[in-house]
Ligand binder design. Structure first.
Ligand SMILES: Nc1ncnc2c1ncn2[C@@H]1O[C@H](COP(=O)(O)OP(=O)(O)OP(=O)(O)O)[C@@H](O)[C@H]1O
Ligand SMILES: O=C(O)c1ccc[n+]([C@@H]2O[C@H](COP(=O)([O-])O)[C@@H](O)[C@H]2O)c1
Length: 207
């Protein structure tokens, strides 16, 4: 695989070596701040999708959010590392390194850079509900399988969303989640079993 022996270019300098066939979850987020539900959702995906690692893509700024009060990337990254605290969970500043902000650009760059790796996009049910507003969302679904992690209060909005409707015929039963990373996209699964009410909004409100 390209790049396994050569010195990695700067954005990947802190990424441990990858081998062909590895399964990597991509978990994008503002992480403002990171919390236990991020960790629990990642561990759920790790187990159910039989992933080798989950990379937390700490965004330079969600394109759909007002980021004026967003703390600097380095601070969010350091805090995310403290929360992740697991050998298979890897908070990264990859998007800043790649110069990407839209998830499609990030995913396309990673798929191009690591052609033998099985990437899976991970997101909470609230993000499925708004997925049709993302840039090139259909193309993201065509590039990598997607796993949705349920979130209290978001289940109905997620399942009734334009994206869920449009992608309905490619939904895989939860009982087959373990093979999702190997499936040709589009393919997606809805994972139940976390249902954590935690949110960064709530933590910010508590100071
Ligand atoms: N309690 C949760 N259950 C399931 N998924 C979650 C949960 N909290 C966050 N996520 C998911 O984690 C990813 C990163 O989320 P983010 O950093 O925006 O945290 P958040 O708690 O949703 O923040 P905010 O309240 O500021 O919107 C998103 O895909 C989001 O859907
Ligand atoms: O690419 C887009 O258009 C897009 C629109 C909204 C959100 N995202 C990504 O969704 C991820 C979750 O964002 P957040 O703020 O809900 O944690 C994060 O990686 C964002 O960059 C991406």
């Amino acid at each position: 695989m390209r790049g396994l022996d050569a010195a990695p270019p700067a954005p990947f300098a802190r990424i441990p070596p990858l081998a062909p066939g590895m399964r990597i979850g991509l978990y994008g987020g503002s992480f403002n701040p990171a919390h236990e539900a991020h960790r629990a959702a990642s561990l759920l995906a790790l187990k159910r999708l039989r992933l080798d690692r989950v990379w937390w893509l700490v965004t330079p700024g969600n394109p759909l959010k007002d980021n004026r009060a967003l703390p600097p990337l380095d601070a969010r990254l350091a805090q995310a590392r403290a929360v992740a605290d697991h050998p298979a969970l890897l908070p990264t500043g990859l998007e800043a390194g790649l110069g990407t902000r839209f998830s499609f650009d990030t995913v396309a760059a990673l798929v191009r850079r690591f052609p033998g790796v099985h990437f899976v996009w991970l997101m909470g049910a609230d993000n499925l509900a708004a997925f049709h507003r993302w840039q090139h969302w259909r193309e993201i679904a065509a590039l990598v399988p997607i796993a949705i992690i349920d979130r209290p209060g978001c289940t109905f909005a997620a399942m009734a969303s334009p994206a869920a409707q449009a992608l309905a015929r490619w939904r895989v039963p939860e009982s087959e989640a373990a093979v999702l990373p190997l499936l040709r996209p589009p393919a997606w699964v809805f994972l139940h079993g976390l249902k954590s009410p935690l949110s960064s909004t709530q933590l910010r409100a508590q100071g």
